[in-house]
Design a protein around this ligand. Structure first.
Ligand SMILES: [Zn+2]
Length: 269
């Protein structure tokens, strides 16, 4: 017979291993993504093409005649991408389009780095740091691949396999575009995107807590809740969390570039 110790030791090890495996499995499940990075890129490209083809639902502001506004938005996006803190900064498409709809206070990102900002949101905000904060938030949703994580959770393995490998008809891609544009994220993903927005801006000349300015403004707005809140729930303590993060990271930038921002707002009239 083996001494007790020799029998108990492997049991204890097995027990510990099984507990830690369970913990990491739970963690993985919470942040599980059945899509590959290549899938994110391919879905993003298809959906962005579908958005271009659907001017009734997504009236894209033409580049022609709006060169300056586009140049401004791109330079803001590049400032964030060049922070060195954005995952997939080099391999995602990273393009930004303006949607001409003054009534919608929203912005959204499609997998693979396709950003959409509504004129309603640009006109609603007061300064460059606020817009940069919101753009940083959307960049984070794409970079951290929140959409495909959420789709994994919502639709499960079979639907995902069909989406990626199955034949996609026009109707299906249209549905995908619509559901991605109005996808609701979890609180965890929202908090993560807020936090990353601060990270991306920290070290730049801009106020890194710019996204907080947006939430402060939107909280004070009366009437029906703006679209951003239906796709980005729980404004609750987000202002505090964003400002706290900027302090914690000791971000020094405090520019708001209000004058440059006002110029762009005027151009969009
Ligand atoms: Zn969000």
């Amino acid at each position: 017979m083996f001494p007790k110790k020799i029998i108990l030791l492997p049991l204890a090890i097995a027990f510990t291993v099984s507990i830690s495996l369970q913990c990491s499995a739970q963690k993985r499940l919470r942040d599980f993504n059945l899509f590959t990075i290549e899938d994110d890129k391919a879905i993003g490209m298809q959906v962005s093409q579908e958005i271009e083809r659907s001017p009734a639902k997504f009236p894209i502001l033409p580049e022609k005649g709006n060169e300056e506004a586009y140049k401004y938005l791109r330079s803001l996006m590049n400032k964030l991408l060049q922070s060195g803190k954005v995952a997939h900064a080099k391999d995602f498409a990273w393009q930004v389009k303006i949607i001409k709809d003054d009534k919608t206070l929203n912005a959204f990102a499609v997998p693979g780095g396709y950003l959409y900002v509504y004129t309603g949101l640009i006109k609603f905000l007061d300064s460059e740091d606020q817009l940069a904060g919101v753009m940083g938030h959307e960049i984070a949703h794409a970079a951290l691949r929140h959409s495909t994580k959420q789709m994994t959770k919502l639709y499960g393995l079979d639907a995902v396999r069909q989406l990626v490998t199955g034949r996609k008809d026009a109707k299906m891609v249209e549905q995908m575009a619509l559901s991605l544009a109005s996808l609701k994220f979890s609180r965890k993903h929202e908090a993560e995107a807020d936090e990353h927005s601060v990270h991306y801006l920290c070290g730049s000349n801009l106020n890194a807590a710019g996204a907080a300015g947006f939430f402060k403004k939107i909280k004070g707005k009366e009437g029906t809740p703006p679209a951003f809140l239906s796709t980005h729930p729980d404004p609750g303590n987000r202002v505090k969390a964003i400002e706290y993060k900027a302090q914690e990271l000791n971000c020094r930038g405090d520019d708001t570039n209000k004058a440059a921002y006002d110029k762009i707002k005027k151009l969009l009239k």
